[in-house]
Write a protein of this length. Structure first.
Length: 442
């Protein structure tokens, strides 16, 4: 294969203690947790706003237990509560709904208040490694390429972009070579109270009740509906395929809007609704994951395994969506699991000396990831990664060589509850029903 390298004459713009790549909840929490420990932190986000999938893909609620994640996440929830854009805490419910349109604003104000330097519209394009240390991160910015030389890096890109660019091994899809989890596009429609003229452009699918893609509709009291529509057959970590996924998703969307206006769905016709907004980025359930010092497995998650170097508690059920079935055919595998530990070693790419990973791209098999990818859990990983980075800086060692007990102590002092049993209130009811259903099975 032909290769090319980034030239040497790119200006070095900053030398922060910690560079956090990716401004989803993993990245926001990592950046704030590190800044609070006194680190000089640069948070880099490719889009125009913070909030990750919630801001740019329309994912409209936190799954995973939203309590005991840590004080930083408590502050985020408090900011959303103050703005009255988050649903109340009900641990027996799957998700805590959020009005996503406010998230970018609220999160930028939050991180700036905490002293984080924020660089939007900037993507990690490449890295340079000296041995196992990444000494330079190249950003593609509005002003061209820039070089930044951080001491430590947290990769919270959702797709392990930094780890990949530094040459650390990554995986995507199932362990047996199966496809990655499917994507979904979110779009909204408004009730105009006037009959619309349905339009099915050429090349867009004409759906029947049997052929429409799996669709979920969330109705708001103000006349808006948010539609989530499944898209299959593409990998989010292949440039051609991701581009094709976006193209196909928008064709599907035109077909689905036409279907909703003409046929309706769930016993309701949407003949007076018009398309009002479309998420700029298709929802990506699975990108790349690192291979860490520990690979968290489905068995670990299902068994509620404890780890000595636990830094986060995962609480959400396994949530595997059939990757090759477009229509609603049962969502997939959604088995409740007991609260389980996520060990620090799953956040550390094998062989790396100054890189931590947080969020859905940490090290685990596909089924484990289907659980730990949710945003409250990603936030918890961010807090752990940010604090671990600071401890490593203070001790002058690699993240894997820090004193784990000291990190766990810091986490506890900052509101992180690592006691699994404390979290069992979350989805207790769901787990109880699952046990009852199993007992009744002849
Ligand atoms: C359809 C769908 C429905 C879902 N439903 C829920 C739900 O109800 N509740 C829930 O909690 N979770 C849900 N999830 C999962 C959840 O949204 C993600 O797994 C979660 O957002 C992961 O958080 P993160 O911080 O790791 O990554 P992300 O939220 O994806 O954030 C990563 C950020 O990094 C940025 N980035 C990427 N590459 C670069 C780069 N090279 N340089 C700079 N920045 C970069 C991105 O722009 C993004 O802002 C859903 C996901 C999908 C797709």
């Amino acid at each position: 294969m032909d290769t090319a390298r980034i030239e040497d004459d790119i200006p070095v713009v900053s030398r922060p203690d910690v560079l956090v790549a990716g401004g989803g909840f993993a990245g926001i929490c990592a950046a704030v947790a590190a800044a609070e420990q006194g680190a000089d932190v640069l948070l880099v986000e490719g889009f125009a706003e913070l909030g990750g999938a919630m801001a740019v893909s329309g994912v409209s609620g936190f799954c995973g237990h939203t309590r005991g994640v840590g004080r930083v996440f408590d502050e985020i929830i408090a900011a959303l509560e103050e703005a009255r854009v988050i649903a109340p805490y009900h641990p027996e419910q799957d998700a805590r709904a959020v009005e996503t349109v406010y998230v970018g604003f609220l999160m930028q104000e939050y991180v700036l208040r905490k002293g984080v330097t924020l660089l939007l519209h900037s993507r990690v394009a490449a890295t340079h490694r000296d041995g196992n240390v990444i000494d330079t991160v190249f950003l593609h910015t509005a002003g061209g390429l820039q070089a930044h030389c951080p001491k430590l890096i947290v990769d919270a890109t959702g797709d392990a972009d930094v780890a990949l660019s530094a040459g650390y091994p990554t995986v995507s899809g199932s362990e047996s070579g199966g496809a990655p989890l499917p994507m979904s596009l979110y779009f909204s429609m408004w009730d105009t109270h006037c009959e619309q003229t349905p339009w099915l452009p050429p090349g867009c699918p004409r759906y029947t009740p049997e052929t429409i893609p799996m669709t979920s509709i969330h109705r708001h009291e103000n006349g808006r509906i948010d539609v989530k529509m499944k898209v299959i057959g593409h990998s989010a970590v292949n440039a051609r395929e991701l581009s094709d996924a976006e193209i196909e998703a928008r064709r599907q969307m035109m077909g689905l809007v036409y279907f909703l206006q003409t046929e309706g769905y769930g016993g309701r016709r949407y003949s007076t609704y018009c398309l009002s907004s479309v998420s700029p980025l298709i929802g990506i359930r699975e990108g790349r994951r690192i291979i860490g010092d520990v690979v968290l497995t489905e068995q670990d998650v299902r068994a509620g395994r404890e780890w000595e170097d636990a830094v986060v508690v995962g609480t959400y059920h396994v949530d595997y969506h059939w990757p090759t079935v477009l229509q609603r055919a049962g969502t997939g595998i959604t088995d409740p699991v007991p609260p389980y530990h996520i060990p620090l070693r799953a956040l550390i790419p094998r062989g790396s000396e100054n890189l931590l990973v947080a969020g859905r791209c940490v090290s685990g098999d596909q089924m484990a990831m289907s659980s730990f990818r949710v945003m409250a859990t990603a936030a918890g990983m961010g807090i752990a990664a940010g604090m671990c980075a600071c401890l490593a800086l203070r001790e002058g060692c690699a993240p894997r060589d820090i004193d784990v007990a000291e990190l766990q102590d810091m986490l506890r002092r900052n509101g992180v509850i690592l006691d699994r049993s404390w979290h069992s209130i979350y989805q207790q009811e769901r787990r109880r029903r699952a046990v009852e259903a199993t007992a009744k099975t002849p």
